[in-house]
Design a protein around this ligand. Structure first.
Ligand code: IPE
Ligand code: IPE
Ligand code: MG
Length: 254
């Protein structure tokens, strides 16, 4: 079998997605399938986060956004929510050094004020510390929902209009985008979902308007560097047209 290193080199010879978003799904089923507790699946899933982030960084992706906890996930049983929050806090403290030595900028999107101090504290600290890093931006979508984000952006627009800072008749997509939590991130090129489910589950609704989707049939704890490379290879075989005809969208021959 070809080594991961050789495959990375091969993938790097073709245009890479600038920004990849991942719906990290299937931790619970991974654990339940082995007669283990759901939280064991989340713990194993955090190992996938490490490996996938390292691989994305080696490839030179500009941005990686990981859907770690949705606005709707708060309604899960309290012990699962508490366990997930503790795992997140542990992840942030353990990964601090690697994030800093690799020049990664840590970012977070979502209703962050809902997070417990246990998570918000180390998250804000690392966000601040890594602010000047020029490598990949790693965004954690935490307490995130695409609809919640759109409502928040609409609220910002309305408040600006009320203060006379925005003329409603001049509001266009480019301006609206600056009110989203992802305003400083590059366009999303590829969204990957693991676990075999084929749905978006409230992830990056606006941002994925022209993203390519790749659905992986493995649970998140089994998604590692080789699976990321498979997904990026699939992306590289797609034709993106952005509403144009095939002939228009093809790059002009040299
Ligand atoms: C994804 O795995 C992680 C979170 C949503 C927090 P799940 O916990 O959704 O696992 P399944 O989909 O129930 O197997
Ligand atoms: C989406 O997974 C959210 C995250 C991966 C954090 P869910 O497990 O919450 O989504 P559904 O319930 O399958 O739609
Ligand atoms: Mg799930």
């Amino acid at each position: 079998m070809e080594s991961t290193f050789a495959r990375e080199e091969e993938v790097k010879t073709k245009p890479l997605p600038g920004h990849v978003g991942i719906i990290m799904d299937g931790n619970g089923r991974w654990a339940e399938g082995q007669g283990r507790r759901r939280l064991d699946g989340h713990r194993e899933g955090s190992q996938s986060v490490r490996e996938v982030t390292r691989c994305a960084r080696r490839l030179g992706l500009k941005a990686l956004t990981l859907y770690a906890f949705s606005s709707q996930n708060w309604a899960r049983p309290l012990d699962e929510v508490t366990g997930l929050m503790a795992l997140l806090a542990e992840f942030l403290s353990k990964e601090r050094e690697e994030i800093m030595t690799n020049g990664i900028r840590l970012n977070a999107i979502g209703q962050l004020d809902k997070l417990p101090v246990l998570v918000r504290g180390p998250l804000e600290a690392l966000r601040k510390e890594s602010r000047g890093n020029k490598g990949m931006v790693l965004s954690l979508a935490l307490s995130y929902g695409g609809r919640e984000e759109l409502v928040s952006a609409a609220r910002t627009a309305m408040e600006k209009a009320k203060r006379g800072e925005l003329d409603p008749s001049k509001l266009d997509a480019d301006t609206f985008e600056t009110f989203l939590w992802t305003a400083d991130l590059p366009p999303v090129d590829l969204v990957i979902r693991t676990s075999g489910e084929k749905r978006i589950s409230n992830f990056l609704l606006w941002q994925s308007a022209y993203a390519e989707y790749v659905f992986a049939d493995v649970q998140w704890p089994d998604f590692r560097a080789p699976q990321l490379l498979d997904a990026i290879s699939e992306y590289q075989r797609r034709d993106r047209r952005f509403g144009l005809t095939g002939a228009q969208a093809k790059p002009a021959p040299p």
